[in-house]
Design a protein around this ligand. Structure first.
Ligand code: PEP
Ligand code: MG
Length: 586
């Protein structure tokens, strides 16, 4: 039966495909697609861990004291039985062999499938076995985390190769797939960036949560904040993701499918039309040249930036190099190579590398007990430059890597989340120190322009101070809105109050741009507002001449620029600023 689930529209377009559910687990689970050649290896990893857990439980049974309550022995029996359950084993093999899920993902997916069946059981005793199943699955997952390496595991279990190869069934990977999850960490999103999902939906998240931002950078339809989508949608259900309206349609009827198929084709035609603007210079009707830059997360994203005619990278979110690595940070050389790759990828165009913005909704890892989880309000805590200044050796490593990459092209160094004069001075002192260290080691480095992000109201109100120290400013509207309005950008429950057009937000943006203009300093906007076509005219009217956004938005924003008369918009923008309800005037 067809039904719909409503959420927030975060990435435009229509996707139609079968649901892939990313299962929730208390153990941190990574999700990625494996190469077809790794199927056997992944199946083996699960088998090796399952056998080890069975041995563990058998040993426990054997060592039970004579006077142990008989319920314990019975429970261990149940766990052993569940570990040998045919549905669990064959299901896991199915997800690995047919869908190419990695072992942990396959295991949690099959757990979710069986758990749903337990939930529907009449018999209370059987219903309660779900908790036992969860425990054994988590035991296997824990064991898998501790297994030295998948390769070694495969070698140890090599004898069962033929049996596993039989599982390589027909390839079903050509059916479009849409990802449905309670939440996806930004690090997991990066993994999925390499895969072929046609769309995404999550239960939680706001429009400018980092998960939504990565989804948008992949330029595929996405809906976040869809509350219970991952409960209501089952593995393999047909789902339409309407990224324009923020709606999911589950199990659509043929009429609905036809209607959305039509919309999908219209969207594709519109994109083809926009593609023709790639080589058109971004000039307003009255001849103002507008700089359209790209936001990237990884060095390879420069390919997409160049493809749409970006004139540089306005924001390289370097923290994505640091995430999902179990706390092992990239060393100086690894970072240097990554930044250099981005610089070379832009073929002589400028690249603005932001120092790490770890913390808040971009934790290094999802491991429970990590510092960021223990704090009640991570968005106000040790995040971005605060995190860097709290760990000078880590920060110096990054600074040296950026300075070295600057020897290969035009690099700007951007610092996030500054608020205090003392932070500015400490940061600049560390940049000098990094240069001195490179001199000392005899390593070559290049000149960089220094920039600060304006994303805290205190910073927006201290622009003159910032301009004393920096060559350029970049307004991070995502955080500026969050901190001005006290709205957690990742919380779907308050998403309706997250208002880019609030008069206070617009005032801070307008004054920052105006002060930079007065002093002849460069200023850009690199938050999501820069790529929102409904805001282009207003930002032009406020005097903005540099916009940085996901490559996928550049051509649509260029279309707005080409239709705009900046001089006329300046007058109108002043009226919008004075209005009680600026949003209504756009
Ligand atoms: C912003 O806050 O607008 C910004 C660009 O930084 P991030 O989204 O990475 O916090
Ligand atoms: Mg920010």
């Amino acid at each position: 039966m067809t039904f719909s689930v409503h959420g927030l529209a975060v990435s435009r377009g229509i996707a139609i495909g079968r649901a892939v559910l990313v299962a929730s687990s208390r153990v941190d689970v990574v999700h990625y697609f494996i190469d077809a050649s790794k199927v056997l290896q992944e199946i083996t990893r699960v088998r090796v861990s399952r056998n080890a857990v069975m041995e563990e439980i058998t040993r426990l049974q054997h060592d039970l004291p004579k006077d142990a309550p008989h319920e314990i022995a019975a429970l261990l029996d149940v766990h052993l039985m569940l570990l040998q359950d045919e549905q669990l084993i064959s299901g896991v093999k199915h997800w690995i062999a047919e869908r190419h899920y990695n072992a942990e993902w396959a295991l949690t997916t099959q757990y979710d499938t069986i758990a749903r069946q337990f939930d529907e059981m009449e018999d209370e005793y059987l219903r309660e076995r779900k908790a036992d199943l969860e425990q054994v699955v988590e035991r296997i997952l824990r064991h898998m985390k501790g297994v030295a390496s998948p390769v070694q595991a495969a070698v140890r279990a090599g004898s069962s190769r033929n049996q596993s190869q039989d599982l390589l069934l027909d390839d079903t990977m050509d059916v479009p797939l849409v990802l449905v999850a309670h939440d996806i960490s930004p690090a997991d999103m990066l993994q999925f960036k390499q895969s072929l999902f046609a769309g995404f939906a999550t239960d939680v998240g706001g429009k400018t949560s980092h998960t939504a931002i990565v989804a948008r950078s992949m330029d595929i339809p996405a809906v976040v904040g869809a509350r219970s989508a991952s409960q209501l949608i089952k593995q393999d259900d047909w789902v339409i993701i309407d990224g324009d309206a923020g709606v999911l349609i589950v199990d659509p009827s043929p009429i609905i499918l036809a209607e959305y198929g039509f919309k999908q084709r219209q969207g594709e035609l519109e994109r083809e039309r926009l593609n023709r603007l790639k080589h058109t210079p971004a000039l307003t009707i009255d001849g103002q040249r507008i700089e359209l830059l790209a936001n990237i997360e990884m060095p390879d994203d420069t390919l997409g930036a160049v493809k749409v005619g970006a004139v540089g990278v306005g924001l390289f979110r370097s923290e994505f190099l640091f995430m999902g690595r179990s706390g092992k940070l990239p060393d100086e050389n690894e970072q240097y190579l990554a930044y250099r790759k981005a610089v070379e990828g832009m073929e002589g165009l400028p690249v603005t590398i932001r120092t790490v913005d770890i913390g808040s909704d971009k934790p290094l890892d999802k491991l429970p007990g990590k510092a960021q989880d223990r704090h009640l309000n991570p968005a106000l805590g040790l995040r971005a430059i605060r995190w860097s200044l709290a760990d000078p050796p880590m920060f110096l490593t990054q600074l040296r890597a950026i300075l070295r990459a600057a020897a290969h092209g035009h690099v700007n160094l951007l610092v996030p989340m500054l608020a205090h004069g003392s932070e500015i001075r400490q940061t600049l002192a560390l940049i000098d120190q990094a240069r001195a260290q490179l001199d000392h080691k005899g390593l070559s480095y290049g000149p960089v322009r220094l920039g600060a992000m304006i994303e805290i109201p205190a910073a927006a109100l201290s622009v003159k101070l910032f301009l004393k120290y920096f060559d350029f400013l970049s307004i991070g509207t995502n955080d500026l809105i969050q901190y001005t309005l006290a709205i957690d950008r990742a919380d779907e429950l308050v998403a309706h109050l997250y208002d880019p057009c609030h008069p206070a937000v617009l005032r801070l943006i307008a004054d920052t741009i105006a002060e930079c203009q007065r002093q002849g300093k460069a200023v850009s906007v690199c938050g999501e507002m820069a790529g929102d076509v409904s805001m282009t005219r207003l930002l032009l009217g406020l005097g903005l001449r540099s916009f940085s956004m996901h490559p996928s938005q550049i051509l649509a924003v260029k279309q707005q620029v080409l239709r705009a008369d900046a001089a006329k918009l300046a007058l109108w923008a002043q009226q919008v600023l004075e209005s009680e309800d600026p949003g209504a005037m756009l």
